[in-house]
Ligand binder design. Structure first.
Ligand code: FES
Length: 937
């Protein structure tokens, strides 16, 4: 049927079916700025303005909009000029991955159309309809208020954080330059995986297991294959049995090899049973219902401690799986590790106080607003091309090649913009399936997980049960520090060893202690699998450690902040566990060359009013206020393992192509890498044409994880740029008749002593066309055996309703030492966004299951992500230290904001109520039960 719409002022006739959503109709018409995030209108990524009102287009039928006026993000830009909202979002760092941005812009446009001068509360209420998993809403809210002022013609306050001008002499590094991809993201240009149209594309769907543990006795796809429009149905009988790990890590992968594309056994509700490729998503869906499966239901187990008990059902009883690091599938152990230093018995004996307590942290989901999506096709040379939303394009290529019966060189993986990752896209979850289907059908095949499937069948943060036992002397000296944990990895062991290793290696060494013991056991159960999630074991470990440190401080009557400062690492110390806890292999000795913990603590102490807290703690009635603090340490890349490379080529006009395999998740990595190159080459960021990443064209990089990009990939960029700068000097020296070492690159020119100069364009033309012609270019690689840790101190102020258990977080302060900062605006965005994500971990987010292992509410209505109108006052601060190892003195930043919020909030709840809640999230029910002395539900 036909409908009429006026879209961005243009009258259009659209062909739709009765079931076509407005979202599908608009995207089908080429309005790719309208994004798909959930199907139920809860994430708001698909928001458009319909007859003047913001509506979510995913849950509105196109026929319902017949005759309407529709505004999409593509209509905001007028005559090549960005709308004030777009300009402010782009200029002020309000865009990270940018997947939520079009929806946010449309909500904000609708608000300003009606209310040109909104308050911050009104902006937050409006933006609450669009989820952002990246920014923490601080900059989007500020951008809307500034745009309102711009539209009113008022002077608005410049919104750049203090520049990291401490880096004297740097022209580009240390400045909040606009993200290189900001303009295309605020205008809704086709930049994401799904924003392409391929002729003859088929749509894939997955049949997922309804059972937590079952063997497939018989599977019959005859009726599905016979359905008109179905091109391929795959079951375990149709694909080779190749065992691999879905964890995208360096070779040899430290995670167990325990997965197959399709198997004759299912191990959690949501596990893959079959795959279909058909002409339309609807036909594919129909075909799934025609596949007949006879399951032998097996006993399922969900509790990790029960799964370790003798006689427990064995999840991986097949012969063709294997692993390292204590892997013992016959006992449901996916990984285990035990390390220590000193003498624990002596450490406890020397203590005046020994405290022991068990902490529990939940399974939570990364929930990028863009779910997993991949499109695969065969190119003109019959090579498999894959456009996928991944953090690890090179690992994807290497890992799926044997699964598909190909060599890596027969596969090309393209990573366009990614709509958020947070670790869940360090997994190979759908690429093998689209690869199989494209190879069988010789047609392009698209597979996208629905939001429900993303919850049920992607990955999550490992839930852990952590027993802490620590000893301390009355003067506050730690004598023993022990952490023993059991982690639940679900049906597959993705990152089973390394996440848990990280829990110990990041948390325990932050405090000087001669006797440390760490033991971790990662257990298979029949829950949806865990994997990598921003923080990678740190959030779990610091919740336990920092809660316990508070208990110890209370036990010896010491101020919790002073107690931490007395014991924390200092510059010149070594990390006693770094060598023992490597990434699936022995690590490297790590000396701390910079530590900003005292400065971070001092900033936060003042910002939260720590010294005045006793005066404000009790309030009238059932409400109680309290302050809490937590320290955190993280790592910068995986030493001796992470490697990145960069290729830099000079063009005729003095611009440069910078090709990196690094994977910008929206964090601003491309911008930061371009800044580093521009600094070395003496040009503008706009002269650096950066491209990431494509396994055919960009050099290898492990990808975006372990907080490695600025440090490792940035190191490669700087090396390549220094090489290119040297070549430029040689050519310019010839032109200027000077010695190369006398020349200075700045302002897009090369200067000789006395002020004579040639432009970079002159140098390029001379080199390419005039004398001793050659292409000025370089490739460089970077690996580091040092992993300088960033540090952070978090403070929380809470108000607890002792009658209901409601925890109202009033204020969060986080000061981070991430070394030198390349781009303060993007760095602050990382911290603010991380704080809000971590707040969800502290008080709201939790994956819960029924007795059959089915997740309760796999949607954004039941799984609570913090919204714009729920965030407390956020104060983020960057402390600058100068570490000798990284380029320009940088350290990592992306993950550490996840570590300290939950313990700071729990410690504040303790300060307010005197009750220790040792399990998160701190939901009203859980806190109320703790207050009532009923610890366990
Ligand atoms: Fe909002 Fe990524 S910028 S979800």
């Amino acid at each position: 049927m036909q409908i009429q719409l006026t879209i961005n002022g243009e009258r259009k006739t659209l062909e739709v079916t009765p079931g076509t959503t407005l979202l599908a109709a608009l995207r089908g018409e080429g309005y790719h700025g309208v994004k798909h995030g959930c199907d139920t209108g809860e994430c708001g990524a698909c928001t458009v303005i319909l007859n003047g009102e913001p509506v979510t287009s995913c849950n509105l039928l196109a026929v319902q909009a017949d005759g309407a006026t529709v505004e999409t993000v593509e209509g905001l830009e007028q005559n090549g000029r960005l709308h004030a909202l777009q300009e402010r979002f782009a200029a002020n760092g309000a865009v990270q991955c940018g997947f939520c941005t079009p929806g946010m812009l449309m909500v904000a446009k609708a608000l300003l159309d009606k209310n040109p001068n909104p308050t911050e509360a009104e902006v937050r209420t409006a933006l609450a309809g669009t989820m952002c998993r990246c920014t923490g809403y601080v900059k989007p809210v500020a951008a809307v208020l500034q745009a309102a002022a711009d539209l009113a013609g008022a002077e608005s306050e410049a919104h750049h954080e203090a520049q990291a001008a401490a880096q004297a002499g740097y022209k580009v590094v240390g400045h909040s330059v606009r993200k290189v991809d900001a303009s295309k993201l605020v205008t809704g240009k086709a930049t994401f995986v799904d924003d392409i149209e391929l002729r003859g594309m088929l749509h894939a769907r997955l049949l997922m297991s309804p059972h937590a543990h079952a063997r497939i006795r018989r599977i019959d796809a005859t009726r599905a294959r016979a359905l008109p429009g179905v091109h391929c149905v795959l079951t375990h009988e149709d694909v080779p049995r190749v065992t691999f790990t879905t964890a995208g890590q360096s070779w040899p992968e430290p995670s167990p090899h325990d997965s197959r594309s399709l198997d004759d056994k299912v191990r959690f509700v949501g596990d893959r049973v079959a795959a279909v490729a058909a002409e339309t998503p609807e036909i594919a869906e129909q075909a799934l219902r025609l596949i007949e499966v006879d399951y032998e239901i097996l006993p399922a187990i969900f509790d990790p401690e029960a799964a370790l008990a003798p006689g427990a059902p064995i999840i991986h009883d097949e012969k063709d799986c294997d692993g390292i690091g204590g892997y013992d599938a016959a006992k449901n152990v996916a990984a285990s590790i035990e390390v220590g230093v000193g003498d624990m018995a002596r450490g406890f004996a020397e203590a005046d106080v020994v405290l022991e307590r068990t902490y529990r942290v939940p399974q939570v989901q990364q929930t990028p607003i863009e779910t997993h999506i991949a499109i695969a096709w065969l190119d003109e040379d019959s090579r498999l091309v894959m456009r996928t939303s991944t953090q690890v394009p090179f690992h994807v290529r290497r890992i799926i090649a044997p699964v598909l019966g190909l060599r890596p060189g027969q596969i090309r993986v393209i990573k366009p913009r990614i709509g958020g990752g947070f670790g869940v896209k360090q997994e190979i979850l759908i690429e093998d399936i689209v690869g199989h289907l494209a190879l069988r059908t010789h047609r392009p095949v698209r597979l996208e997980l629905s939001r429900e499937e993303e919850f049920m069948a992607s990955r999550s943060r490992h839930p852990q049960i952590i027993r802490m036992k620590m000893g301390v002397k009355r003067d506050g000296t730690l004598t023993a520090n022990e952490m023993v944990l059991v982690a639940n990895t679900g049906g597959y062991g993705s990152h089973a060893l390394t996440v848990q290793t990280n829990t110990g290696s990041k948390a325990l060494p932050i405090y000087r202690c001669p006797n440390i013991h760490f033991k971790a056991t990662t257990v298979y159960t029949n829950l949806p699998p865990a994997g990598a999630f921003r923080g990678y074991g740190g959030p779990q470990g610091f919740f336990a450690l920092e809660s316990h440190m508070d208990e110890l401080a209370g036990a010896i009557g010491m101020d919790p902040l002073a107690f931490r400062l007395k014991n924390c690492l200092q510059t010149g110390d070594t990390n006693p566990l770094a060598k023992a806890l490597g990434e699936g292999r022995e690590g490297f000795e790590q000396k701390i060359e910079s530590c900003g913990l005292p400065e971070c603590a001092e900033f936060g102490r003042q910002a939260i009013g720590w010294d005045e807290r006793q005066a404000t703690a009790p309030t009238e009635g059932p409400k109680r206020r309290g302050l809490g603090v937590a320290f955190a340490m993280h790592g910068t890349a995986i030493p001796g393992l992470d490697m990145g490379a960069a290729s830099l080529k000079m063009n005729d006009d003095g611009t440069f192509n910078l090709l990196v395999g690094a994977t910008d998740l929206g964090t601003g990595a491309d911008t930061v890498l371009a800044q580093m190159a521009a600094e070395v080459l003496g040009c503008e960021v706009s002269d650096i044409i950066i491209y990431s990443s494509d396994t055919d064209f960009t050099p290898f990089d492990v990808g975006a994880y372990a907080s490695s990009t600025t440090y490792i990939s940035g190191g490669a960029v700087v090396k390549a740029a220094e090489d290119v700068a040297g070549q430029i000097r040689e050519v310019a020296a010839r032109m200027l008749e000077a010695a190369p070492e006398e020349l200075d690159l700045r302002d897009r020119k090369v200067f000789a002593p006395g002020g004579r100069s040639v432009t970079l364009g002159d140098v390029a033309l001379n080199s390419l066309h005039v004398v001793d012609q050659k292409q000025i270019m370089a490739v460089a690689s970077k690996i580091s055996y040092d992993s300088p840790p960033p540090f952070a101190v978090t403070f929380a102020e809470v108000e607890v309703d002792t009658e209901t258990g409601q925890v109202d977080v009033k204020k969060l302060v986080m000061a981070v030492d991430a070394g030198q900062i390349v781009n303060p605006a993007t760095a602050m965005g990382q911290v603010e966004g991380g704080m809000v994500q971590a707040l969800g971990y502290a008080v709201a987010e939790e994956m819960r299951y029924d007795d059959a292992g089915r997740m309760w509410g796999p949607n954004f209505r039941d799984y609570r992500v913090i919204l714009a109108d729920e965030t407390p006052e956020i104060v983020a601060h960057l402390v600058h230290t100068n570490d000798p190892f990284g380029p320009f003195g940088v350290k990592a930043l992306a993950e550490i904001p996840l570590d300290g919020v939950a313990p700071a909030v729990a410690n504040a709840v303790f300060a307010a109520t005197g009750v220790r809640v040792a399990e998160i999230p701190l939901t009203p029910e859980r806190v109320w039960r703790a207050l009532a002395g009923k610890e366990k539900e």
